[in-house]
Design a protein around this ligand. Sequence first.
Ligand code: ZN
Length: 199
Amino acid sequence: MERLPTLEQLIDYLRRLPSVGRKSAERMAYALLKMDTDTLQGFSKAIQDLNEHIHPCPICGNYTEQETCAICADESRNHHTCIVVSSPQAVHAFEELGPEYDGVYHVLGGDLSATAGISIDDLNVHSLITRIENDGIKEIIIATNPTMEGETTALYLAQILKKYPIKISRLAYGLPIGGHIDYADALTLKKALEGRTHI
Ligand SMILES: [Zn+2]
């Protein structure tokens, strides 16, 4: 079969997506190849727009298309309680709980990982400390993923935050170990939040 470098290039890009192997990438690439020009242009524009329109909120690190995210900008929320998460997807998972949680968030942008070379300087920790010092945060609920990296991150954070006069708690277990917060169902997450333990 004739080699199609343009298609191969697309397959290579698609394979960078999570859970996409060679076979899935090929299927997606051939499906795209069958689409009409308008749809393909729509796809291409949607991808370009990601970078042009979405940026991290300068306060909490959550994704936004505005100057600051809707949660930080919402004055009716409780700005004294802050859930610290690894990723913006985890914010989304907590927001699904609706009125169960009306505090704010801080997105670290990852977990500490020696294997992936992610150190504390790669995470949004300095901005968290600035918020604690200047923005009246009184309680931090650490909700990093229940993985080895997430646990290490939680312990490290608890360590550096303990000199501040704030309440620090960690989500209760019951979350599947090794899983990710953003995959947890609302009930599990609600229970984990209610049963948070002081650390
Ligand atoms: Zn924000």
